[in-house]
Design a protein around this ligand. Structure first.
Ligand code: NAD
Length: 287
């Protein structure tokens, strides 16, 4: 790299902070913007704000500049949005964090920059929510900036899979946006980067992955309850089924899904499809 490219990360949580450090490790100048003052202070002191071996190892070696002020985003070549996408008590997606992060990116955008949404979203969010925020400022995608989506797949605490070795998919609005995004991810990830047909397909990948997991876990947990009454050992059955070398993926019974993602992400698709008149009955039943 001749002149160091500047990468900004919006949202320095479980997704954003490892990503920022990986980019720093790969030679980018990296800054992070997060309104959480304590988190910012901890990062600037070289202390991980949460337990994460990957972060604790890289932070002292590759210090990044964190700030709770959005002007740190100025002059960035690449802006990565890694903010929360939760649901409310009625299971409706909350897009507020994505909206405010995109607005901050738009206010501080350098001409020609690449903006990538990494947060988990339903298909349509980049086009219907994120893009208009930039357009309202008179910024045209493909001319003034590039917009892509690369859903994050990190599994915090995983000793094997991390931001540097998990394959990624990328979708963008224009060909140049896609090729810039693929080039960036190839520079920080030592694994295949697949360019999707469009940004909507890239958005759908992540919701499908997590819904697939949700449905399979619900299925095996239902089997566990039924087999308990029938006097059948579910683990022995799954082990048996897993000897089939194709078309079976073993899942084992557990207390059910937890965490931030699997119980939440299916609702992003369920609610979005509802607006188009489609009822994801199967996905709802798994919840
Ligand atoms: N944690 C995971 O295992 C995981 C894995 C894959 C994908 N994801 C997805 O990645 C996204 C981020 O998840 P996370 O786990 O890193 O969340 P997190 O809560 O750990 O971190 C998000 C950070 O964003 C900050 N933030 C909120 N609003 C902001 C704004 N407007 N501008 C700047 N910063 C802002 C918060 O202060 C917080 O530090 C979500 O969409 C999530 O579904 C998470």
């Amino acid at each position: 790299m001749s002149k160091k490219q500047k990468v900004s990360v919006i949202g320095l949580g479980y997704v954003g902070l490892p990503l920022a450090l990986r980019a720093a490790e790969r030679g980018y100048e990296v800054v992070g913007y997060d309104p959480d003052r304590d988190k910012v202070a901890s990062i600037n002191e070289g202390q991980s704000p949460f337990e994460d071996d990957f972060v604790s190892e890289l932070l002292p070696k590759y210090p990044i500049k964190a700030s709770e002020k959005e002007d740190v985003l100025r002059e960035s070549d690449i802006v990565l949005i890694c903010v929360p996408t939760p649901v409310d008590e009625m299971q409706n997606p909350i897009y507020d964090y994505v909206v405010s992060a995109a607005a901050a990116a738009a206010r501080n955008l350098r001409s020609g920059a690449l903006v990538v949404l990494e947060s988990t979203v339903n298909p349509g969010v980049s086009e219907e929510i994120v893009l208009p925020i930039f357009e309202k400022k008179g910024l045209q995608v493909g001319r003034d900036f590039f917009l892509a989506h690369c859903p994050e797949r990190i599994n915090p605490g995983d000793p094997k899979w991390n931001v540097g070795n998990i394959p990624r998919v990328v979708g963008a609005f224009t060909e140049e946006g896609a090729s810039r995004a693929v080039k960036f991810y190839r520079s920080i990830v030592d694994a295949p980067i697949k360019a999707m047909k469009s940004i909507r397909e890239a958005e759908a990948v992540k919701v499908v992955e997590n819904s697939f997991r949700d449905i399979n876990i619900a299925f095996v947990n239902e089997l566990a309850q039924s087999f308990d009454r029938l006097g059948i050992d579910i683990v022995d059955v799954i082990d048996g089924a897993a000897t089939k070398p194709f078309a079976f993926l073993p899942h084992y019974p557990s207390c059910g899904v937890g965490g931030h993602c699997i119980p939440v992400d299916p609702y992003y698709l369920i609610e979005y499809a509802k607006k188009a008149g489609f009822d994801h009955r199967f996905m709802r039943a798994a919840r």
